[in-house]
Design a binder for this molecule. Structure first.
Ligand SMILES: O=c1[nH]c(=O)c2[nH]c(=O)[nH]c2[nH]1
Length: 334
């Protein structure tokens, strides 16, 4: 397409020689091959939402793991995009089949290890694959207990949190491994306050000495190494750190002056306890539960005690508190 003069062109009149030169440049650009004019930024292709249930059968004792998996590949050439030449394409359907075949052949020890296996498979099998990415979401099935006993082959879906894992493996580089969790919904009825914040013409919220604290935690973290990491143990340990800093001991609990402080303490405990994690980010939306105003029902206010039994769960808006914490010797790649 010819470049027309636009509001971006220099309005200053140029002499004829310069003008001829500019004209030649424009003609050269017009004659350029498309490949010289434009460069690809991010590109790749794969299959999203590959659903998989894996059953590990040890005699009568069965173990299950259920996943939704996204896979993508990046090839060394872009001939598929540029020329409509499909000869280098590993079809997204074949990528999906690979997930099933590798699960059948090798089983699934953890989502991180299965993701690493898929990456190595694609890089080793196809020399023109330069990058593989695998994202996994694991659903929270727990062994059912019946008559006080763990059941051999029945499970209950206990949506306490969804587990996440992501692997990005570029050829000739070390695989980048991330873990994560989402949908961890928690609530406590005391040991939370929020006060002493800015008092100005915009403030209506009173100090709260004792409020409900509820959130839905989501978090992702990066591993600096896979050596010696038991990914299942780490995931449970991280969830326990979050619950510990939120709930504290079962009798007295733990005091929270703000969501910000609780989030920071959880992240710090995770970096203190898991040396193989270099960076963690966490989000804690503040799901508000406001006490219902009972001042119109004075007969219900006994001994001058305000209402602290009946609350209105507020769907929207919610506060959103988030922070990333990394070790000081770690340089974020973002
Ligand atoms: O823990 C909180 N942090 C805030 O920043 C905030 N803002 C707000 O209105 N309530 C709260 N609670």
């Amino acid at each position: 397409m010819a470049m027309s003069s636009s509001k971006w062109s220099n309005p200053t009149r140029v002499n004829d020689a310069t003008s001829n030169l500019n004209y030649k440049k424009i003609k050269d650009i017009e004659n350029m091959d498309e490949r010289e004019k434009y460069a690809f930024g991010n590109y790749g292709y794969g299959k999203n939402h590959v659903k998989l249930l894996h059953v590990h059968r040890q005699g009568s004792l069965h173990k299950i793991r259920e996943y939704e998996i996204d896979v993508y590949l990046r090839l060394s050439t872009q001939n598929d995009y540029l020329e409509g030449d499909n000869r280098q394409i590993i079809a997204t359907d074949s990528q999906k089949n690979t997930v099933y075949v590798l699960a059948k052949k090798h089983g699934i020890k953890s989502p991180e290890e299965f993701g690493l296996l898929l990456c190595s498979h694609f890089l080793n099998t196809y020399k023109h694959v330069v990058e593989v990415g695998v994202k996994l979401e694991e659903y929270p099935w727990e062994r059912l207990r019946a008559e006080g006993q763990a059941h051999n082959h029945a499970f209950v879906y206990s949506p306490s949190a969804i587990r996440l894992a992501q692997i990005v493996h570029k050829r000739n580089e070390i695989a980048q491994i991330s873990g994560g969790l989402k949908n961890l919904r928690i609530l406590k009825t005391t040991q939370s306050a929020f006060k002493d914040f800015i008092e100005d013409g915009y403030r209506t919220l009173p100090d709260a000495n004792d409020r409900i604290f509820s959130t839905v935690v989501s978090s992702t973290w990066d591993y600096s190494t896979a050596n010696g990491v038991d990914f299942d143990d780490v995931w449970c340990a991280i969830k326990d750190c979050v619950l510990d800093k939120f709930a504290g001991d079962p009798e007295k609990g733990i005091f929270s002056p703000s969501v910000q402080n609780t989030l920071y303490l959880a992240e710090k405990m995770i970096l203190d306890n898991v040396p193989q994690i270099s960076r963690i980010e966490m989000q804690m939306p503040n799901k508000h539960y406001f006490p219902v105003n009972m001042s119109k029902f004075p007969q219900e206010i006994v001994d001058g005690h305000d209402n602290n039994e009946v609350y209105l769960p507020v769907d929207k808006p919610s506060g959103i508190i988030y922070a990333e914490l990394h070790r000081k010797n770690f340089v974020s790649k973002l």
